[in-house]
Design a protein around this ligand. Structure first.
Ligand code: SF4
Length: 414
């Protein structure tokens, strides 16, 4: 049997600061919704948040709410409610959790933050289909529900090399958002403000990348599971000084761990790469399972999704278009495989765990032979676990645990 010793997972001290800035974020959204001059935009997680922020909107991200519903296990009751009005159990369970929760009038926001009711009403909805089509259908539901404008960017998919042909058309669509957003916000677009916000977003991205890169140290000072929690500000507060300040503090703590030789998982024996979505309803269980096996899941494609190294304030629209098209999820399998090979090498991974998320084919890269091709070219063994991001009906805990233990045992034998 794989060695299971109940190893301790080290807590990150900056977590308290993160909780505070996330709370401030939700209270600011609430204040904007109550202010007659305030404006709220809903945006997809890798949508053009910088444009919205620069135009004076406070920005809510329904995917963040979806993840909160999953982590709080409120998704279980919410999903069937959305299914009942025609949103299939086979489509994105963020979407079905979020719409179901809306129909039920419940939210983890009201459970966590005193005095808050849940997601604030939008004045406009803005999506980018760079990640999937589900976000467009999801936002279309709310456009009908709240009778507010729905704006969006239709992007390329399966992109190999990103060229001007790709990002030129996206940049034009981004510029096309300005006029309708001016109408909703009542503010005149100021390119200087966009450059300022983009510079902050780039700084946030660089710091977040540096945080994740600390996991290349042996032992790793953080795990994938820490990353899924601490990525919150990079998702919802990119483009703000608060996010930059937070990641400076987190990076300093993790670099100190590296200097002191302190690992996130005590007695780290194996290092794994996670490909796919987290299982939000099992985050703590999975984190404990791996650390008990003295195995650190050091890195993931998922947490890297909020790294936008192409952002360039001197060329805002083109550089945003490039950054939001260069993302892993937008790319061809060849580009994805080259990326994972670089990650395995950089993080010194002993194996890969692919999470085949039933309701998100877009983040399940195991379905067309990729694990086999990568194993052949890298020699790094892989394991596929079946599950889902939010719909726990798609998961067998017993099977997952047995498969992970057997995989670690296989690593021991190697
Ligand atoms: S990428 Fe997947 S999880 Fe994210 S919104 Fe689209 S279908 Fe849902």
């Amino acid at each position: 049997m794989a060695e299971k010793e109940g190893a301790a997972r080290r807590k990150i001290a900056a977590t308290g600061l993160m909780k505070k800035i996330m709370a401030d974020y939700f209270y600011e959204l609430d204040a904007a919704a109550k202010d007659p001059d305030g404006r709220v935009a809903w945006c997809t997680s890798v949508g053009p948040a910088e444009i919205l922020r620069a135009m004076g909107f406070k920005v809510h991200f329904p995917e963040n709410h979806g993840a909160m519903l999953g982590a709080s296990r409120m998704a279980a009751d919410a999903i069937p409610r959305a299914n009942a009005i025609g949103y299939s159990p086979d489509i994105c369970s963020y979407l079905t959790s979020d719409i179901g929760a809306h129909l039920m009038g419940v939210s983890p926001i009201s459970k966590t933050y005193e005095g808050l009711q849940g997601p604030v009403r939008p004045d406009v909805l803005v999506y980018n289909t760079n990640q999937c089509r589900d976000v467009k259908d999801w936002f279309a539901y709310y456009a009908r529900e709240f009778d507010v404008p729905l704006l969006g960017i239709e992007t390329h998919r399966g992109v190999g090399e990103v060229t001007e042909k790709h990002f030129g058309s996206i940049a034009a669509q981004m510029e096309g958002l300005i006029e309708p957003l001016e109408k909703v916000s009542g503010n005149v677009f100021d390119v200087g403000e966009l450059k300022r916000v983009l510079a902050l977003s780039r700084e946030c991205s660089d710091l977040w990348k540096a945080v994740l890169d600390t996991a290349s140290a042996m032992p790793s000072p953080l795990t994938f599971f820490d990353g899924t929690i601490h990525m919150g500000p990079a998702v919802v507060l990119r483009g703000t000084q608060q996010a930059v300040d937070y990641y400076r503090a987190l990076l300093a703590e993790l670099r100190q761990r590296v200097e002191d030789g302190v690992g996130a998982v005590e007695g780290e024996r194996f290092r794994l790469y996670w490909e796919g979505m987290p299982v939000w309803g099992r985050l703590r269980d999975h984190s404990t399972l791996f650390s008990d096996l003295r195995t650190c899941v050091v890195a993931s494609t998922y947490c890297n999704s909020w790294i936008f190294s192409a952002f360039d304030p001197s060329d805002p629209f083109n550089s945003m278009a490039r950054a939001y098209t260069e993302l892993f999820i937008v790319r061809s399998d060849e580009a994805k495989e080259a990326y994972i090979r670089r990650m395995l090498d950089f993080f010194g991974a002993d194996g890969i765990v692919y999470h085949d998320a039933k309701t998100c084919p877009n983040n399940s890269n195991n379905r067309y032979g990729m694990p086999q091709r990568l194993e052949e070219t890298t020699g790094v063994p892989s394991l596929v676990i079946n599950g889902d991001l939010n719909d726990m009906r798609c998961l067998s805990d017993e099977q997952t645990n047995t498969n992970i233990e057997a995989f670690v045992e296989q690593l021991e034998e190697r």
